[in-house]
Design a protein around this ligand. Structure first.
Ligand code: CO
Length: 267
């Protein structure tokens, strides 16, 4: 049998912003690389739109998970772990990672897929702790709104499950989504009910990209910041994706470890 050649394909949605790509994606890749020195770490993105934009605008070539697996196969990799940096097991995870990896399963000696951030019950506890580590000091009347992406996929329920874990901890932290329940009107009702007057907005996304800069923190009247200010809240913004928080980077390392233990692989 030929010698094992091991690789980890770190897969994120991607971003067209070079700064947050470095601080939130590359940092995760580097943390994973230093935790697994016997593995070569590769990058892929699941957003075809972002891949195309980077190619046309910046001349940067980033493969899809499928393309990356194909070239890793060609390079003689024998053991591969695909680790998503995605937050929920939604469409990107199922359609663009798991489904595309299935045909490659029998072509490597082993091919495993790590789970996204929110998956098992224990993950919610961990994520709630990671969120706690990122909170500013909060006085009564102050709260934090984490702005997630949201989806029409059934995995949108993950956000409400996380909210439930945060409630168990009595944290004045509210999860909202730009594209799915709970949307901003619901979040405002919850903030008022909890007597919150001052809000810090933080992205509940890996990177602080377009959704964070524009939909969450933009000066446009439809941004969450503007809407909350019109509703009378004092608003601060924190423009750093979860990938900038070490606690989250280490969670991805754990997911690679679990995937290497076949029982916890998603393929
Ligand atoms: Co989006």
């Amino acid at each position: 049998m030929k010698e094992a050649k091991r690789g980890i394909l770190v897969t994120s949605f991607g971003t067209t912003y070079a700064d947050t790509r470095a601080t939130a994606i590359e940092t995760c890749e580097n943390t994973i690389a230093s935790a697994f020195p016997d593995f070569t770490v590769r990058r892929s993105f699941t957003s075809y739109m972002i891949i195309k934009r980077l190619r046309l605008r910046d001349g940067i070539e980033i493969p899809t998970p499928e393309e990356a697996l194909k070239s890793m196969l060609g390079e003689g990799f024998t053991e591969v772990v695909v680790q998503p940096l995605h937050i929920i097991p939604g469409e990107e995870f199922h359609e663009k990672i798991v489904k595309k990896a299935i045909p490659y399963k029998s072509r490597f000696n082993t091919l495993r897929i790590g789970r996204p951030l929110l998956f098992y019950e224990r993950d919610y506890q961990e994520v709630a702790a990671g969120i706690k580590a990122q909170l500013p000091g909060l006085n009564p009347g102050e709260g934090v709104v984490f702005v997630g992406h949201g989806t029409s996929h059934p995995a949108n329920a993950c956000y409400s499950c996380l909210q439930s874990f945060l409630q168990d901890e009595d944290l004045p932290v509210f999860i909202g989504n730009v594209e799915g329940y709970p949307e901003i009107d619901r979040v405002i009702k919850r903030l008022k009910k909890a007597d919150i007057k001052e809000v810090t907005l933080m992205p509940f996304m890996l990177v602080a990209g377009d959704h964070a800069r524009k939909d969450m923190a933009g000066e446009d009247e439809s941004s969450w910041k503007s809407i909350l200010e019109r509703e009378g809240f004092k608003v601060e913004v924190y423009l750093h994706g979860l990938g900038e928080n070490e606690a989250f980077r280490l969670m991805y390392v754990d997911r690679v470890k679990d995937a290497l233990n076949e029982e916890a692989s998603c393929i």
